[in-house]
Design a protein around this ligand. Structure first.
Ligand SMILES: [Mg+2]
Length: 380
């Protein structure tokens, strides 16, 4: 019988010149870490995953060695248990789906439902740049063919956030959908700034409505279900409320659906619930008339995993746009996808298209990975 023979985990760090001032991180990032998971079966095939750092996994490796690689339901259950006791080890599940696809000769998007092989990308910025740079960036986004753009709020003064939004809307006109990520749902370990209260989120929401913004992301602390539900009810069809990118448990999303917290559900398959669990959750989200469009702010392997999931299980009707991290000069497709031989690129109209390659259809850049090998995966 074909079994899982070994699981290899390696950390890599790409130096960022200049450091990347991520909007949601008080410390500019000097390094871009990537943790690569490889699962190898006894016939020599290899599945690849990446996303979270896999801390805490080593104690549980023996739960997978010698198992049938395509027992995906079982593996998802064990990873869910590990997530409760230790870390978010979902990149292994991504690697197992890649391997299963290679064993069956099928792409993951088909295995997860086959609804579609493509989704339209939105350009997702990651910085608070000066006004004139934000405007130049918005022009680049439009010229590259993206149908939508997400800006980041959270500057020291909300007036500066609103000035950036006003300038971008003026530059792009009504042709491009705009989203705003408020980044109030969670903090980096070293940040203890309090999230917005409902009154503040309400004020900002009215401004976003005035600028015809499509969705407002993470306006409140991730556990403030009541606040999100109130805000969502008040804004109605005028503004979509989005969130849940790092929420760990399916039952939290079920509760958010029950309370009407969000219009847009954004769990990232490489850190929350995994591909199998999210394909099921996505069905419930879509049945409830909501959108399912994962967070994908990581390297291209996470982007591809979320693309397979969402194209295959949901398709463009339930996911109008998928996040595509893009914020040059630091955050280019080439820099973002450094573990891969070829960066993930949308076509001229912003579509991300998957083909019939088995598994995830990606190939690692082994030379680059060898050159960036590190003993940990940190930002500094
Ligand atoms: Mg976000």
């Amino acid at each position: 019988m074909n079994v899982i023979e070994r699981i290899e985990i390696s950390h890599h760090q790409q130096t960022l010149h200049p450091p990347f001032p991520a909007a949601w991180d008080s410390q500019p990032r000097q390094l871009f870490p990537a943790t690569i998971v490889r699962v190898v079966d006894s016939e020599g095939r290899e599945g690849i995953g990446s996303g979270d750092v896999m801390y805490g996994f080593d104690d549980f490796r023996s739960l997978f060695i010698g198992q049938d690689p395509i027992a995906l339901e079982r593996h998802s259950g064990v990873l869910d248990n590990i997530g409760f006791h230790a870390g978010r080890c979902w990149p292994l599940e991504v690697a197992l789906w890649d391997l299963a696809g290679k064993i069956r000769g099928e792409p993951v998007w088909r295995m997860l439902g086959g609804v579609s092989n493509r989704l339209r990308a939105y350009a997702s910025s990651g910085t608070h740049r000066p006004l004139e740079q934000v405007v130049a960036f918005a022009e680049d986004v439009r010229d590259a063919g993206f149908p939508a753009l997400k800006l980041r709020f959270g500057r020291a003064n909300i007036e500066d956030d609103l000035a950036a939004l006003t300038a971008v809307r003026k530059t792009l006109g009504a042709d491009i959908d705009l989203m705003v990520d408020c980044n109030q749902g969670w903090r980096m370990p070293w940040d203890v700034k309090a999230p917005w209260e409902l009154a503040k989120a309400r004020e900002v929401a009215e401004e976003l409505i005035r600028h015809n913004v499509l969705w407002m992301e993470e306006p409140l602390y991730r556990g403030d279900y009541r606040g999100m539900a109130e805000l969502n009810a008040e804004t109605g069809d005028r503004l979509q409320i989005a969130g849940g990118e790092m929420t760990r448990e399916s039952y939290e999303f079920i509760e958010m659906l029950r309370q009407g917290c969000l219009d847009v559900y954004q769990p990232d398959a490489v850190c929350s619930i995994g591909l199998l669990g999210l394909s099921r959750l996505a069905s419930r989200v879509i049945e409830g008339g909501k959108w399912f469009t994962p967070h994908t702010w990581g390297n291209g392997i996470g982007l591809v995993a979320n693309l397979h999931l969402t194209a295959g299980a949901v398709g463009p009707d339930g996911c109008p746009y998928l996040e595509y991290p893009f914020d040059p000069p630091e955050w280019t497709p080439e820099a973002r996808d450094y573990p891969l031989k070829t960066p993930i690129l949308p076509d001229a109209e912003g579509w991300l298209v998957l083909d019939e390659s088995p598994g995830l259809g990606i190939e690692l850049d082994e030379t680059r990975l060898a050159a960036t090998r590190a003993d940990r995966a940190t930002y500094r």
